[in-house]
Design a protein around this ligand. Sequence first.
Ligand code: ARG
Length: 450
Amino acid sequence: MWHGRFKHDTAKIVQDYTQSLDIDWRMYEADIQGSIAHVRMLAKTGLLTHDESAKIEAGLKRVLAEIQEGKFTPSLALEDVHMNIEARLTEIEPLGAKLHTARSRNDQVATTTRLYLRTRLQSLSTDLHALLQVLAENSRRHLNVIIPGYTHMQQAQPVSMGHYWLAWHEAFSRDNDRLNFALASLNECPLGAGALAGSTLPIDREYTSELLGFSHPTRNSLDTVANRDYMMDYHHFASTFMIHISRLCTDLITWNTQEFGFIVLPDEFCTGSSMMPQKKNPDVLELARGKTGQVIGNMIDLLVNLKGLPMTYNRDLQEDKRGLWASLDTVTHTARIISALLERVDVDEARALSGFAKGYALATDIAEFLVMKGVPFREAHAIVGRLVGWCIENGLAFGDLTVEQWREHVPGFDESMLEILTVQASVRRRETYGGTGFAQVERQIGEIRG
Ligand code: ARG
């Protein structure tokens, strides 16, 4: 494509090193879509006749069909998807030589990538909504199931399992916001920025932008070919999403142990051991957690690539897509498999409840009962703290105490306190906005549905 300036062909070793076909070939459809919009614009402004534009468009569609039918083998010598398509077009239709009028690969790469990424992010958005849906359904399904809530992995207070699922619904909803932000961030049309400075030819950037469904053309041509912020925005979404997935997986892996046994994973989502016949391992959850590092790594790869680059296009930018594809594939597969697994996860209610037997998860409830009797909270905290210490020394749970023992250790005790000393009451009574009370959780389910 640039033979005019050179006396010698590019060395084979350089062709192999500099090609990007292995990364960008998958964008062929978006690239052709961009080229069709470009030639239509060239016809509108009179840079091509309508007849020329129609012939080029027909040629591009034929190239697309050849690719889809597996009849087109691209060549590494042509470097990338863009030059391969243009070269094949020009073989079919000599007018193809006019396609690149008022265009550079710099604005073309940016356009093609945004178009491709837009399609992928829209489909990812559907997957994310499916995940949110499953969490909302699990929340309803497990609304009345009570599990120990933990801080520091120490039993803290009883919570509704429905509340737990909604916690992840919150986190993934924020991820959805970040995904939408990435979609908004890519929603500008680079075509017409040229190599870096625009064009002397009378093009209509508004029209191209409209044809490609972008909200407007990019504002500054230098920035246009330098900018990869929309990719960083995607990676921020992707990394945050995977970190959430990873933490969720850790909970489920822990609760699936013989020691906890709170949840039951579907057989179809577990694997066995080649040696130990009893094993049922939560490999899907472990792998999702394990893949998180790669997704974060792909973000770091781009950040480090960009950090030292001068304005505007530099060939380093060709490396921006390798990690992007890897990340998109991992995030998409992970969202889908985790949704499918969560849909079938069951809770062993009895095991979850038995987890409370020797714990003191109702200690705060006692202290708050005393507060309602007028005892200052710090004093109530100390009273219950001493009671817990005494119970531990004597090997007793709250449930083992006689009324006399209660009276002896808790000034202000009366029998109405025993009524609130159940895990059910403990959850039910936490009616503050956003709290774990059953009615609250139901209300929250209603809010997110809305
Ligand atoms: N294959 C290159 C890429 O994907 C095309 C950009 C060419 N631009 C240039 N100035 N060499 O980024």
